[in-house]
Design a protein around this ligand. Structure first.
Ligand code: ATP
Ligand code: MG
Ligand code: MG
Length: 426
């Protein structure tokens, strides 16, 4: 993809926008762009530099993303809505063409990285709640104040404020920015190797310093992966697919696993598609597993499996909803049953949380109570982000907090009784 119309190749030390930004290291990439950590010599801060592929359709997409991000920034002057901030944008000409570049505030690892970091075991509920609050404040702002639908909400597109590995965090690891410019041959050569080696050496030194500090504090060994001390605030990113509710362009939106039923059925969509994806994301954070991971099989397609999985967890799709979309006739019979997947095994959400994920009964009931309304098959019945923020699950204590306050929880009482029975039995 590093050819005409594609990505722009970047080397450490490369300068952008007349020397204002200096590339430090690659942060990530997507279908449209590569994203680099860069040093902003004007503000002396680190930023994320998103460099779009150069072909016309990518430039068009970048212009759209810049428009959305500009709207977001101007509506939130204090930058307090948990949505990524656009700082600057410009064009950069390279051997592969002209690339639109976006300068974004520098954020940390994605929630997907966070899930992997905890080895897919799920994140403790108090932290899930903190993350959910940030996402909901962001969604409420986008939906209610700006009329924007994100359409691609998922763990990968939500970034923590922090980096999970402190050695990779330019601020916490006290790495000074690399400001040297490769001389002569822009494609590297000796100078670049020196800079890259220097960068690696600095990073190694930073890691050594951190582990030294950890050891002196009697800190956690490397194999332990709890999230103690990690501030789990986060922001919504990647507005390349976002649209205005009254100006939609794509019929098929959202990443498969986070796709709402009305999108599959092609019955039209609105803000509530983001609420569906939000619920799938919250479940994944708490359990480490995707809520729905559909696959095609013998005699049925991915869409049919997806709808079947939804019904096994949430109950039957109301007939009216099932038969109301442009694709309904392919998938459902006139009774509102799936044509090609006949036998469904129901497993309610709270039971699933208890049986498979070993939640306590209280935690399972409270979490399911929070999620289920968001997973209503009728999009207009789903709570809005604003309503969701009022839900007691986000504010009331869970069993841990109850214990801290010394109030007995239901589990405690049960455990007490079974102990008693055990003793009596003996
Ligand atoms: P996609 O194919 O997902 O649409 P894209 O080309 O639009 O990709 P983004 O998803 O915006 O690119 O960014 C790609 C990756 O770069 C992200 O997954 C993330 O790892 C990293 N990234 C993006 N923005 C930031 C930021 N502000 N701070 C730190 N890292 C970022
Ligand atoms: Mg992305
Ligand atoms: Mg994108």
């Amino acid at each position: 993809s590093y050819r005409k119309g594609g990505y722009h190749a970047v080397r450490v030390g490369d300068q952008f926008n007349g020397g204002r930004y200096v590339a430090q290291r690659k942060l990530g990439w997507g279908q449209f762009s590569t994203v680099w950590l860069a040093y902003d010599t004007t503000t002396s801060k680190y930023v994320a530099l998103k460099i779009q592929k150069s072909a016309a359709q990518f430039a068009q997409a970048a212009l759209h993303e810049i428009e959305v991000l500009s709207t977001i920034a101007s509506g939130d002057p204090s930058n307090s809505k948990y949505v990524v901030r656009l700082i600057d944008h410009f064009k950069h000409t390279g051997p592969n063409g002209q690339h639109l570049c976006m300068v974004l505030e520098f954020l940390g690892d994605s929630l997907l990285r966070l899930i992997k970091y905890t080895r897919y075991k799920g994140i403790e509920l108090n932290k899930v709640k903190e993350i959910c609050k940030c996402i909901l404040i962001g969604l409420d702002y986008l939906h209610r104040e700006l009329g924007i639908i994100h359409t691609d909400l998922k763990p990968e597109n939500i970034l923590l404020f922090n980096t999970l590995d402190p050695a990779k965090d330019p601020i916490r690891s006290h790495l000074s920015p690399i400001l040297e410019r490769p001389e002569g041959n822009p494609n590297g050569g000796v100078t670049m190797n020196i800079i890259e080696k220097k960068l690696k050496r600095r990073a190694r030194r930073a890691v050594a310093k951190i582990s030294e500090r950890r050891a002196s504090m009697g800190g956690a060994p490397k194999s332990e992966r709890n999230l103690d001390g990690i501030d789990v605030r986060c922001k919504v990113v990647d507005f390349g697919n976002a649209c205005w509710a009254d100006k939609q362009f794509a019929e098929e939106i959202q990443t498969r696993q986070y796709r709402a039923p009305e999108v599959i059925l092609q019955s039209g969509y609105s803000f509530s598609v983001d609420m569906w994806s939000f619920a799938c994301t919250a479940f994944e954070l708490a359990t480490g597993d995707m809520m729905f991971a559909p696959k095609s099989g013998q005699g049925f397609c991915e869409d049919e499996d997806h709808l079947a999985l939804m019904m096994e967890l949430l109950g039957k799709i109301p007939r009216k909803v099932a038969i109301g979309g442009a694709r309904s006739k392919d998938l459902f019979d006139r009774h509102g049953d799936l044509k090609r997947i006949r036998r469904l095994k129901y497993w309610s959400l709270d039971k699933l949380l208890i049986d498979k994920y070993k939640f306590s009964e209280t935690d399972a009931r409270e979490f399911a109570d929070f999620l289920c309304p968001l997973l209503d098959f009728s999009p207009e019945k789903r709570p809005t982000a604003q309503q969701c923020l009022q839900h007691p699950w986000l504010n009331l204590s869970d069993s841990t907090q109850r214990e801290m306050k010394n109030e007995p929880s239901i589990e405690k009482v049960n455990v007490g009784m079974s102990n008693l029975q055990l003793k009596v039995g003996k």
